[in-house]
Design a protein around this ligand. Structure first.
Ligand code: GSH
Length: 227
């Protein structure tokens, strides 16, 4: 049985990816929530993770005495462990494309991530409208996502990026959360894709968990004074 260490469901976009992947694929695991705190060296968060991962960050997947950190490595490990689940697209070129966009997500979209931190319970449409007006880099990130998703939905015919659910949809699920919370404007077919991702049982289960947390963490809240 796997153990997955995760952060607050409302805020932890990196934790969301492998959690949704495991849930959506029907792979059994136990979750260990590690509450976000100051992230100082002597914080409970860092102390909890000290013996688990050298990075001191979530997510971490533990399989027996093996710990795998970093979302891409976790996704690759699960795909190798469960070939029957087809976590990557089965066709070679589609798989290469899926890996490309997951790597792009992993190292990119800094403006969107920085300006629109994930906050599932928050309704930040007014803030989103100001960000949209004032931050061309955010608009550029969203334009890139719209182009990426439109091309894939067209090529593979939907309903998800590569037809059926894959790691790629799990990787972009937190982006869908951001688009939703901040009300960022996207064309209708993209809004429909976001709605389909939100309706996936694995994503729904994560969102339900986030909404049940009621754990307002000030340092994760650039835009709200209170819940
Ligand atoms: N590249 C890492 C990023 C992990 C990450 O930054 N996790 C955040 C929570 S979403 C964290 O643990 N932050 C604690 C810290 O920065 O000390 C991955 O893909 O897993």
């Amino acid at each position: 049985m796997y153990t997955l260490y995760i952060g607050n469901k409302n805020y932890s976009s990196w934790s969301m990816r492998p959690w949704v992947l495991l849930k959506q694929a029907g792979i059994a695991f136990t979750e260990v929530p590690v509450r976000f705190d100051s992230f100082d060296a002597d914080s409970t968060f860092k102390k909890t993770l000290h013996d688990v991962t050298p990075t001191g960050k979530v997510p971490v997947l533990v399989d027996g005495d093996l710990a795998i950190w970093d979302t891409l490595a976790i996704a690759e490990y699960l795909a190798e462990q469960h070939p029957d689940k087809k976590l990557w697209p089965t066709e070679r070129t589609a798989r290469a494309r899926a890996r490309s966009i997951c790597a792009e997500m992993h190292s990119g979209f800094a403006a969107l991530r920085g300006n629109c931190p994930m906050n599932i319970e928050a309704q930040l449409a007014d803030t989103g409208a100001l960000i949209w007006r004032d931050k061309p880099a955010v608009r550029a990130d969203v334009q890139r996502l719209v182009a990426m998703w439109s091309a894939l939905l067209q090529t593979h015919g939907g309903p998800l990026l590569f037809g059926a659910f894959t790691i790629a949809d799990a990787f972009f699920a937190p982006v869908c959360m951001r688009m939703r919370s901040y009300g960022l404007p996207v064309p209708e077919p993209i809004a429909a894709y976001i709605a389909r991702v939100c309706a996936l049982p694995g994503v729904q289960a994560w969102m339900d968990g986030a909404l049940a947390e009621h754990d307002f963490r000030e340092f994760e809240e650039p835009y709200r004074l209170r819940p």
